[in-house]
Design a binder for this molecule. Structure first.
Ligand code: NAD
Length: 487
């Protein structure tokens, strides 16, 4: 077996929280193990922050908000650049923690750290450009203008599948706009967030501007989203939890941003570069072991090119052999945790019970670790569970079509709307599909790129509410106040 690096963070058998700029030991003895999904060995233990401990973090954030929101914009920009620098300087350590914690190949984990660095740098440019505006008054002598102000205390809750990256999507715009944050990482991948919190202490960010509490969704997450001192929740995770957060937040009318799941279509037109399309489609559901919100898990291929596409897809899938995340050549790691392995493999039976055929993969690999092979399911109808539900593993349905209009209709026949990709050499077809696909992001002749900052990312329909990245994300961390003065 490959040698596994062991960052110093793991020297502690129980990890503390990070509140008001300092480590805090969990008060409850009720800790839980976090397990390396490659070796199935315990890495360390995490505390479950109780409602009282969450309250302490929210209070620390509230106090820091007073300082941070009053910090001059240029200084906030400088601190965001410091955060980018410190993350960049600890690239290998942060990538290692994510690779150990959730099994992502370390090569991919490094790319996610690089992406996060760019996100912090992108938002470092914003504090000095965040302005209100003046408007013509309705009465003589009326001065009418607006102020862009931070919202207050933000609860940032992330999923397990891209810890450093998703954390940057939350922290960078929230801090740029002058908010303070309580971050709750996923119970399945908290380590890099705990390390990041300690790194933030080496910057000029005021203590308490970012606090990190760990724990389960039911205890720690719920305490956070129901806390009256939290003004906004920015959530990345599953649909049912996201909907619950909207309900809980309704009591105090919390501002809510949701980044949820997907069942993204890939449409291959007969004129496409089939080799490139197959490579994109394979990466689309195998990168990150399919644990990607944007995973392209419904592949619609024109009947006229199905055979040729199938041969290319088979070649492309051959490059996704599951392996140890610390081998530099590994393209696909294990699934992130045991219960998730059971969930993903459970879908193999579901697909077959509904009459679909598994034509590739469809099994747990006979080795230590939560490994499954890339899995293709054929004979799938759009009303089957395998075509409608998010599996969040390397499993895709291969569907045929003859009429492009029908492919478009089926692609849109889903409750989700996060992303879509279309493969064609015809410019008009590309534009028409881009316009009509119901998705927050449409990729043409490519798949999966999420730009670190400049354009929005998010879902339509039940894939989300609001956007991350771009000016939209920043503005969603502000309130615009109108001031009307009679001179
Ligand atoms: P999840 O909803 O189970 O958990 C997400 C986070 O919410 C975790 O930190 C969890 O502890 C917390 N949580 C759970 N219950 C909670 C509650 N009642 N109150 C507050 N917090 C609670 O999701 P997951 O299984 O960790 O992640 C997978 C899901 O995330 C998939 O659906 C995936 O598509 C989605 N996702 C979306 C994006 C995006 O940007 N759109 C990115 C990554 C993942």
């Amino acid at each position: 077996m490959t040698t596994r690096p062991r960052p110093a963070l793991l020297d502690a058998d129980v990890q503390g929280f990070f509140v008001d700029g300092a480590q805090v030991a969990p008060r409850s003895p009720d800790v839980f193990a976090t397990v390396d999904p490659t070796t199935e060995q315990v890495l360390t233990h995490l505390g479950v922050a109780t409602p009282e401990e969450v309250d302490g973090a929210v209070r620390a954030a509230r106090a820091a908000f007073e300082t941070w929101s009053a910090t001059p914009a240029a200084q906030r920009a400088r601190v965001l650049l410091q955060i980018a620098d410190v993350v960049e300087a600890h690239r290998e350590e942060l990538a290692t923690l994510d690779a150990l914690d959730m099994g992502v190949p370390v090569v991919g984990a490094r790319m996610m750290v690089d992406h996060a660095v760019q996100v912090y740098r992108h938002y470092a440019g914003w504090p000095t450009k965040l302005t209100g505006h003046t408007a013509p008054g309705g009465a003589p002598g009326q001065l009418l203008y607006t102020l862009r102000q931070p919202i207050g205390v933000v609860a940032s809750i992330v999923a397990w599948n891209g810890p450093v990256l998703q954390t940057s999507w939350k922290l960078a715009p929230a801090l740029a706009a002058g908010n303070a944050v309580v971050l709750k990482p996923s119970e399945h991948s908290s380590l890099s967030a705990l390390r990041l919190a300690r790194l933030l202490a080496s910057t000029d960010l005021p203590p308490g501007a970012v606090n990190v509490v760990t724990g389960t969704g039911a205890v720690t997450g719920q305490a956070l989203v129901s806390h009256p001192g939290v003004d906004k929740v920015s959530f990345t995770g599953s649909g049912p939890v996201g909907k619950g957060i909207v309900r809980t937040g309704a009591d105090t009318l919390k501002r809510v941003t949701l980044e949820l799941g997907g069942k993204s279509p890939v449409i291959v037109l007969p004129d496409a570069d089939l080799k490139a399309a197959a490579a994109g489609a394979a990466a689309g559901f195998c990168l990150g072991t399919g644990q990607a919100c944007v995973a392209g898990t419904r592949i619609f291929v024109h009947d006229g090119v199905r055979e040729e596409f199938g041969a290319h897809l088979s070649d492309a899938l051959g490059r996704f052999t599951p392996g140890d995340p610390f081998e530099e050549t590994t393209t696909m790691g294990p699934l992130a945790f045991r219960a998730h392995l059971d969930r993903v493999t459970g879908y193999f039976a579901v697909a077959e019970e509904e009459g679909a055929r598994i034509t590739r993969g469809g099994e747990r690999l006979d080795r230590t670790g939560y490994f499954v092979a890339p899995t293709l399911v054929e004979g799938v109808r759009n009303d089957m569970r395998i075509a409608r539900e998010e599996v969040f593993g390397p499993v895709a349905a291969l569907l045929g079509y003859t009429d492009p209009e029908d492919a478009l209709r089926q692609a849109n026949d889903t409750t989700y709307g996060l992303s879509a990709s279309v493969w064609t050499r015809d410019l008009s077809t590309a534009h028409r599909f881009a316009e009509r696909l119901q998705a927050g992001t449409v990729w043409v002749n490519t798949w999966g790129g999420i730009e670190p900052g400049p354009v929005p990312f998010g879902g339509v329909k039940q894939s989300g509410l609001g956007r991350e990245h771009g000016p939209d994300a920043l503005l969603a961390y502000t309130e615009e106040k109108t001031v009307s003065i009679q001179l």
